[in-house]
Write a protein that binds this ligand. Structure first.
Ligand code: CTP
Ligand code: MN
Ligand code: MN
Length: 509
């Protein structure tokens, strides 16, 4: 191997143009004429359906980009690439080649190859790239193969709302929350990442062996999974659920306006229930907490898609009465295709620079006039480009925003409200978040406010660790080039990061 790469490096220095011109001549096996950049990858292009001239062209192209391409199929090959759409005949042919290592090879559609050529590196193998063997015996082995290729970053995985591993991820989320309650940040993150990996799997984990090669699963997470696989439940989780501290902090933080610090303070004072808090004369609730308790029943109940849509219409009407060029987008969980949410999130802005904040205040005024504003916490914009890039990743953004509780009439909702039993008020209270970025910041704000939180975290971590870039809700900054990168759409941001675009419906990490 060592000697071969030396040969090819010398040749490459002579001329890389020359090697492209002589592409029609057959190259000798295993003696590539270019610098090898990806030693761990060894390609074989299947000639069937591709044809010999296209095959030799693609071979040269890949070699010129630093890939090793062998002319002969052997057990050294890691990636088999084919243009054959007849899966069964391809696999029959492969199995007849007398390979000892076929189950470890990635058998891939040409799309993986073209993606890799475009990126100039072997891209992560995704399910859509795989040519799966339809026959059961080999299917098991080839289903295990892609596992090793799942990225540790949520922004390189597709995660729909259809979670096939809820039994595990629910347990992980309780553990993560408990670590958060006990201020153990790194353990909390570890369990959130593990949950996120399992949510992205298109299959259910049925034995611990199936998790081999999955990223972000440590000893502890696997031990919890083994308990669940064997007994249907985790004893560690049950212990947490029955602990007084967890139950109380969970209850108190479920109130709008009550954070972990306040909840802990109340817990340490011996308070255990809402009635004890409300009866305690020394406790002075702030305005947000008062509304939180007042509307607790309504806002702790899930918001449906129909209710979210009705609120969208109300905001749309109010905004368009103020200015005809208003831009409204529903973000958060509903944009990711969730059926229910804890609130409804919107971006409201206008192409007229500087007018967006004024517009937001006008919308709030309009709600007041309509008599539907039950609570409003308004935060003026503190946004200025000179403050960027923002180094603190968990920091809230600087845009003008408001956290609202709105009154929604049943008559506005398609199919009616989701009401508690025996409730015939004909309206309910719903939490609504509005944010108003200037239009040139729209794509960044949309990406940040669409979430999920875990998806956003990993986008930022990926940008920082893999690209030397800083991403937040306002901007993307390239530390190498020392410049801000512009984006008109979410697609532009993914492209700047060298990431395949992930549509909102697949960001439920
Ligand atoms: N967000 C943000 N800045 C804030 C508040 C929220 O960037 N000040 C982002 C969050 O990081 C998240 C998205 O906005 O990505 C939506 O937040 P939230 O409503 O809390 O979560 P959802 O994903 O919408 O979940 P749910 O359906 O429960 O509302
Ligand atoms: Mn939301
Ligand atoms: Mn929200």
């Amino acid at each position: 191997m060592q000697a071969k790469s030396l040969v090819c490096e010398e040749e490459d220095q002579v001329s890389s143009v020359k090697t492209i011109r002589k592409r029609s001549k057959p190259t000798s096996v295993g003696v590539p004429s270019h610098v090898i950049k990806f030693k761990e990858v060894r390609l074989y292009l299947v000639e069937r359906k591709m044809g010999s001239s296209r095959r030799s062209f693609l071979t040269q192209l890949a070699r010129s980009k630093g890939f090793v391409v062998d002319d002969i199929l052997s057990d050294e090959i890691t990636h088999v690439v084919s243009e054959d759409s007849e899966t069964s005949s391809l696999w029959t042919w492969l199995k007849g080649c007398g390979l000892g290592n076929l189950s470890k090879m990635q058998v891939l559609h040409i799309s993986w190859f073209t993606d890799s050529m475009r990126e100039g590196r072997p891209v992560t193998v995704e399910n859509r790239h795989l040519i799966q063997d339809a026959l059961p015996a080999l299917q098991i082995e080839s289903a295990l193969a892609p596992v090793a290729m799942i990225s540790q970053y949520a922004c390189q995985r597709r995660t729909s709302t259809d979670n096939k591993n809820k039994i595990f991820t629910d347990a992980f989320e309780i553990l993560a929350e408990n670590y958060e309650f006990n201020d153990l940040k790194s353990s909390c993150i570890a369990f959130r990442r593990a949950a996120s990996v399992l949510k992205s799997l298109p299959w259910t984990v049925e034995c611990i062996g199936a998790t081999q090669g999955l990223p972000c699963l440590r000893e502890h997470t696997k031990a919890v999974m083994e308990d669940i696989l064997q007994c249907g439940r985790s004893f560690e989780v049950e212990k947490i659920l029955s602990s007084e501290r967890y139950q109380t902090l969970k209850l108190f933080t479920s109130v709008f306006g009550v954070g972990l610090k306040t909840a802990e303070k109340w817990y340490l004072r011996g308070l255990r229930s809402f009635s004890e808090i409300l009866a305690e004369p020394s406790i002075e609730l702030n305005r947000m907490q008062k509304s939180g308790f007042l509307h607790y029943g309504d806002i702790s109940r899930a918001v449906t898609k129909a209710e979210a849509q009705a609120l969208g219409n109300i905001i749309d009407e109010a905004a368009h009465l103020i200015t005809s060029d208003a831009v409204i987008a529903m973000t958060g969980g509903f944009r990711r295709g969730k059926e229910v949410g804890h609130d409804v999130d919107f971006i409201v802005t206008t192409p007229e620079a500087g007018k967006e904040e004024y517009m937001l205040r006008q919308i709030i005024d309009s709600f007041k006039k309509q008599g539907i504003l039950l609570y409003c916490e308004y935060q003026a914009s503190t946004f200025h480009m000179s403050k960027l890039p923002c180094q603190s990743f968990e920091a809230m953004d600087y845009f003008a925003k408001c956290f609202l509780i709105l009154r929604l009439e049943a008559s506005r909702v398609d199919g009616g409200l989701s009401c508690a039993e025996g409730d015939n008020r004909g309206w309910r209270a719903i939490r609504v978040d509005l944010v108003s970025p200037p239009m040139d910041r729209y794509a960044f704000a949309l990406l940040g406010w669409t979430g999920s939180t875990q998806f956003d975290r990993d986008l930022r971590r990926f940008a920082r660790s893999e690209r030397r870039m800083i991403l937040d809700n306002h901007t993307l900054y390239d530390k190498t080039k020392k410049e801000f990168l512009t984006a008109r759409s979410e697609e532009d941001i993914f492209a700047h990061l060298g990431l395949e675009y992930i549509e909102p419906l697949q960001r439920n990490a």
